[in-house]
Design a protein around this ligand. Structure first.
Ligand SMILES: Nc1ncnc2c1ncn2[C@@H]1O[C@H](COP(=O)(O)OP(=O)(O)O)[C@@H](O)[C@H]1O
Ligand SMILES: N[C@@H](CC(=O)OP(=O)(O)O)C(=O)O
Length: 462
């Protein structure tokens, strides 16, 4: 069971988490738990790391340490009064490490990907100790484990590390035996390299940690506890009448999360899928609700389109040049150069004339992508590289779209009727997803129009 940042955000939330775990423990389940940092803490750590390296004046290291200490102490006193002193001693040691490294970073004005990962993993180091103490306070034996202790071994891709296959045996041999006696509370989001260097798994990566641990221990189910009733037809912040999807396939969940449904991390499905383990998404604040179940087959909702997603932190790059037509190797040069600069490409589309290739990249990769394409341009066959930051990606997802004629017609007619201009369209041959780019100002409108067009708010079809 994984509990996200909002689920462990304060003492009341942690008390709920403990009562959920107590219920499942007392009904005979063996549990392994993964927790995220308390909401906002990872952001706070990112900010102080940046300030430590960039600030010419004294960065607010002390203020940050004090605020982290005060927030965690208040929660600990409420949920584990019997252990406050001992756990606070451990927390103070961690905070002292944090203070020292931030001071060193400021003095050296050097923040490496390694040291950054070490810093931003502190949120989970603190929260897991508190959740574990809160369980003990309720009479449930529990131990906290950091990612390395739990056996989560990764490559050295700091900031977005990949879990290595050998983790499976390590996790199994470390976590499973513990579960006979304790409820282990694993610090999500973090792992370590073979030499013990701390890595992180990418923002919102605790879902990935949970999937990795769940798959390694051959869990019966992997439950992701969050702050909404399940995976919904769209982000409820955009579409207030979005509906919970009771059953959804692995493929659909992967596509929805890849294209912006934050409720699950895109990498969290594959480990479960490989082992056929159902992933259940449930609401910590409404545990009685059924939630969503991600499975290989879906049973209840026969609707062709399952959900509409939206991402706004992306940019569109257009590469044009008549010389690109019929010339083998152009795509290799473009994608090879982008790959060697670690640019993640989210969508690709090529006009049939071959004189144009459009790409969508994360906003944060745009500058590096443009500079990489500048080198490719020197080859002579690209005439122009233009970009637009003011766009967003919308995706329509559903396994049933494959082989159902007329879906794209409905999508584009509905958008056209609402005067929404399409700047790029992409559909993979799996037909599980039709994604397109519109101006940022049209993004939310496009989601609403399509949510209505496919009547996603209504009752599910049995
Ligand atoms: N399709 C969707 N279904 C459910 N939630 C979604 C969807 N798209 C975006 N979200 C957002 O994801 C949020 C939960 O993800 P996140 O904030 O990362 O939770 P946690 O802190 O539990 O990891 C929800 O509050 C919701 O606003
Ligand atoms: N704390 C990390 C990892 C994480 O998964 O968080 P959350 O479960 O709150 O999305 C982050 O903020 O990115």
């Amino acid at each position: 069971m994984k509990f996200g940042g909002t689920s462990v955000g304060d003492e009341k939330c942690i008390a709920r988490v403990v009562s959920i775990l107590k219920h499942h423990h007392n009904t005979g389940n063996e549990l392994a738990v993964v927790v995220s940092a308390m909401s906002g803490v990872t952001d706070q750590l990112h900010i102080i790391a940046k300030e430590a390296v960039e600030s010419l004046d004294e960065p607010p290291i002390e203020t940050t340490i004090h605020s982290l200490r005060a927030r965690h102490k208040k929660v600990l006193e409420a949920v584990a009064p019997g252990e406050t002193d001992t756990v606070m001693q451990e927390i103070d040691i961690k905070l002292e490490n944090l203070r020292n490294i931030l001071t060193a970073i400021h003095n050296l004005r050097e923040l490496t990907p390694r040291s950054k990962d070490y810093i931003i993993s502190f949120g989970e180091r603190l929260s897991a100790r508190i959740v574990s103490a809160a369980l003990r306070e309720e009479g449930i034996p529990s131990v906290p484990l950091n990612g390395c202790e739990a056996g989560i071994m990764t490559n050295e891709r700091h900031g977005c590390a990949n879990v290595l296959p050998e983790s499976e045996q390590k996790i199994k041999s470390r976590v499973l035996p513990l579960m006979q006696e304790y409820v282990p509370v694993v610090m999500g989001y973090m792992g370590c390299t073979g030499t013990g260097i701390v890595t992180t798994l990418g923002r919102s990566g605790s879902d990935y940690s949970a999937a990795i641990v769940g798959a390694a221990i051959d869990a019966e189910e992997i439950w992701i506890w969050t702050d909404v009733d399940g995976i919904m037809t769209s982000d409820p912040r955009i579409i207030p009448d979005a509906r919970v999807l009771p059953d959804i396939s692995y493929l659909e969940a992967m596509e929805l999360s890849y294209f912006g449904a934050e409720v699950l991390h895109p990498r969290s499905i594959e480990p479960a899928m490989q082992k056929g383990i159902p992933v259940r998404v449930k609401n910590t604040f409404n545990p009685g609700a059924g939630g969503s179940c991600v499975l290989s087959k879906q049973h209840r909702d026969k609707r062709v389109v399952k959900g509409i997603t939206y991402i706004d932190k992306v940019s569109l790059i257009n590469i044009t040049g008549a010389q690109m037509v019929g010339r083998p190797g152009v795509a290799r040069a473009i994608f090879g150069e982008l790959a060697s600069n670690s640019v993640n490409i989210m969508m690709i589309s090529q006009a049939s004339s071959e004189a144009n290739i459009s790409l969508v990249v994360d906003d944060e990769h745009l500058d590096i992508a443009i500079s990489a394409l500048g080198s490719v341009k020197k080859g002579g066959y690209i005439r122009e590289v233009t970009y637009d930051r003011d766009i967003c990606a919308v995706a329509v997802v559903g396994v049933g779209m494959a082989g159902t004629p007329g879906i794209s017609g409905r999508i584009f007619t509905a958008l056209g009727k609402n005067e929404i201009n399409l700047m790029m369209i992409s559909q993979g041959s799996s037909e599980v997803n039709i994604s397109f780019i519109v101006k940022e100002d049209d993004g939310i409108k496009a989601v609403k129009v399509l949510h209505d067009e496919f009547e996603l708010s209504g009752e599910c079809e049995e």
